[in-house]
Design a protein. Structure first.
Length: 373
């Protein structure tokens, strides 16, 4: 009797604090006997993906993610911590009632800067929407953010080290494919704001004269999860012609919040993917508090899109319904956490049921009519 191969690849989307839903999805996959080889993730998906690639089981994953605590957000402190909130309020007052008053218009303006580092300066005459937006995001995020990214990096570093994972050299052993030539078990997407380019970590650190094997996994995840205005960009440096140039790296979800393309088309294993999909992005944010203004700015720079070919053959994808919970509701109740966990379980159960029916039918056809395949 044919036995379904339960070794898969895995893709996990971004989604901020809602990423704890991945622990529910992973629990179902684990109980159904599935294991994962190549893992691709961005932002919250990078955090969960790194821990799964390190060998943590579903129960441990849930417990670990639950310990990630950035503390309470005091609304009155937001304008001081994140100056872009006040700048946007001033901009909105100036253009109130016009189509120019939206967060995306504000963030895509061609601004000037007196900084000496030319990579932070807007290019004269630049009209490219994404170019201005990504540069401005890096500039404003550097001026002030909600949280210290060092905490996230150290928290993850310590958990990975308990499993013997420090650098990407420790994550060798995945399947070599066209997108993953070194065969890492986990890789993560970020955005180089200076070059306006999506980068795959660790592979693309070669550009910055770094050895991909030597990049710390926790550092890569921090770069992938450097959500604009929540965390400062991670700055990488490169000497060119004797001059030191700075490259601010921000959350990969700015360009693509669900990088399915990070699993190569010639990877022979099927791929399971989970994205976080709720009602929050389908409604307009009110602007009556600094926190809501901040959320609207973050939402404006999420998944603005880059041209990527996405081949969905042999890929089985599910959306986890996260309801009204925002990506940055850091003060979740226990009921909210349980809701996310259960929605992850529900999505995975439904996906695996449908997937197994499809795969078993395909294998039955191959057995009975091999000459057609």
């Amino acid at each position: 009797m044919y036995r379904l191969n339960k070794m898969f690849n895995l893709v996990l989307s971004g989604g901020g604090i809602k990423g704890m839903a991945f622990s529910g999805a992973y629990e179902v996959a684990e109980k159904r006997g599935y294991t994962f080889c190549n893992i691709a993730g961005v932002s919250a998906g990078g955090i969960a993906g790194s821990l799964i690639s390190a060998g943590y089981n579903a129960s441990s994953l849930r417990q670990i993610i639950d310990t990630l605590d950035f503390g309470k957000i005091k609304i009155e402190d937001i304008p001081k911590l994140v100056p872009v909130v006040m700048k946007y309020e001033e901009f909105q007052n100036q253009y109130r009632g016009t189509r120019y008053s939206t967060p995306i218009e504000f963030l895509s303006m061609n601004i000037s800067s007196d900084r000496s580092d030319s990579l932070y300066e807007a290019e004269a005459g630049e009209t490219n929407f994404r170019g201005n937006l990504v540069k401005n995001v890096a500039l404003y995020s550097k001026e002030g953010c909600l949280f210290d990214g060092d905490y996230l990096e150290e928290w993850l570093f310590n958990h990975l080290l308990k499993r013997g994972i420090r650098t990407f050299a420790d994550l060798r052993g995945g399947i070599v494919d066209s997108i993953n030539p070194r065969g890492y078990r986990a890789r993560f997407m970020a955005v180089d704001a200076a070059r306006k380019k999506a980068i795959v970590l660790p592979d693309d650190v070669v550009f910055y004269n770094m050895n991909p094997d030597n990049l710390e996994v926790a550092k890569a995840v921090r770069m992938s999860a450097s959500v604009p205005f929540a965390f400062k960009p991670v700055e990488l440096y490169k000497y060119e012609g004797g001059a030191k140039k700075t490259y601010p790296i921000v959350d990969g979800g700015v360009f693509d919040n669900y990088p399915i393309w990070m699993i190569g088309d010639n990877n022979y294993l099927p791929t399971m993917g989970f994205s976080l999909d709720g009602d929050e992005k389908k409604k307009l944010f009110s602007m009556d508090t600094p926190l809501k203004i901040l959320k609207s700015l973050i939402a404006a720079v999420n998944d603005i899109g880059i041209p990527k070919t996405k081949n969905y053959y042999n890929k089985y994808l599910a959306k986890i319904n996260t309801g009204q919970i925002s990506s940055f509701d850091f003060n979740l109740t226990e009921e909210d956490k349980q809701y996310l966990y259960e929605q992850g379980r529900y999505a995975a159960t439904d996906l695996i049921n449908r997937m197994e029916i499809s795969l078993n039918r395909r294998m039955a056809m191959i057995r009975h009519y091999p000459y057609f395949f």
